[in-house]
Design a protein around this ligand. Structure first.
Ligand code: CP
Length: 307
């Protein structure tokens, strides 16, 4: 699966576990330097092109915040309807158009149908994957593991449970690979129809109470209606919530020293009920904060601005 180069970051496998841990160290430094107001503008003079053909709030804004903190400037195409893609220009031609203007790096979010892999082979400047259809979201996996390392001190040995719409989740697939490489154990808890593609060795526990009693980390996943064949029309929300929604009873059963993650956005009332929002074990806002540090460290690494 690895694109086997150090030019672009498309899959979590593009960085070894050792490099990933070094990246976490740098992200920690960046956090301290931002807090001390001592972060150097290591990307001053760099132009970073953003090409987003799918919607985003967190990933786009945290990449942009990170780039700006490091002194880079951003060139953004993120509204298909207001770009020349609405006139029929292809994603690929849009990429080469921006490329002709000379950015030093691309940050790309796109669908399964977009030629990200081909562009990553042909591009002369680094491409960072900001979400690729239902296939991969490696920077989300990085910030999730960084958040766990920050909280627990080590990712090794953690029991991490993913609950909900596994098959449509690029967050789950990237996390499965990264958590395995960092020494965590992963299981899922989902209705059969949402975990058909679990990789070998990832067990699905169908009973949520049983799954909750197993885990150190509970990861809720957004129900990805836009990726369902029927657009979610036949999704039985009440049935899902009864069996797989996290509510006050689930919170009571979850260990006191466990944590709860969610990549967000959350469908409140589906994967989590309102009681989860107030639970101190929910690290979702910390995940979003950490996205800035991780993405800053990654941009520095791929632009050779920090070893
Ligand atoms: N978690 C995540 O990727 O959020 P956005 O879609 O808002 O970027």
């Amino acid at each position: 699966m690895s694109s086997n180069n150090f030019i672009s970051y498309i899959w979590v496998e593009d960085l070894s576990a050792e490099r990933t841990l070094a990246l976490f160290n740098r992200a920690n430094q960046i956090k301290t330097e931002i807090q001390n107001n001592s972060l150097e503008a290591s990307l001053a003079g760099k132009q970073i092109a953003f090409l987003f053909s799918e919607a985003s709030t967190r990933t786009k804004m945290s990449f942009q915040m990170a780039a700006q903190r490091l002194g880079a400037q951003c060139l953004i195409v993120d509204d298909v309807e207001r770009s020349s893609m609405s006139k029929g220009e292809s994603f690929s031609d849009t990429f080469w158009t921006l490329n002709a203007m000379g950015p030093e790096m691309f940050v790309i979010r796109c669908g399964n149908q977009d030629p990200l892999l081909q562009l990553s082979e042909e591009s002369r400047v680094p491409i960072l994957n900001a979400g690729f259809g239902n296939r991969s979201h490696p920077t989300q996996a990085l910030l999730d593991s960084f958040t766990l390392k920050q909280h627990f001190g080590d990712v090794r040995g953690l029991k991490v449970l993913f609950v909900g719409d596994i098959d449509h989740s690029r967050v789950a697939s990237s996390n499965f690979s990264l958590l395995k490489s960092l020494g965590a154990t992963v299981k899922t808890c989902a209705p059969k129809e949402f975990c058909q593609n679990n990789p070998d060795g990832i067990e699905n526990i169908e009973s949520l109470p049983e799954a909750i009693s197993w885990c150190d980390v509970y990861v809720g996943l957004r129900m990805q209606f836009e990726r369902h064949n029927d657009g979610g029309k036949n999704f039985n929300s009440q049935k899902f919530v009864e069996k797989f929604g996290l509510n006050s009873a689930g919170l009571k059963a979850l260990r006191k020293d466990a944590v709860i993650l969610h990549p967000a956005p959350v469908n409140w009332g589906i994967e989590f009920d309102e009681s989860v929002a107030k639970d101190p074990r929910l690290l979702m806002w910390k995940q979003m904060e950490n996205g800035v540090y991780i993405r800053a460290a990654l941009m520095e690494l791929y632009l050779g601005a920090h070893s």
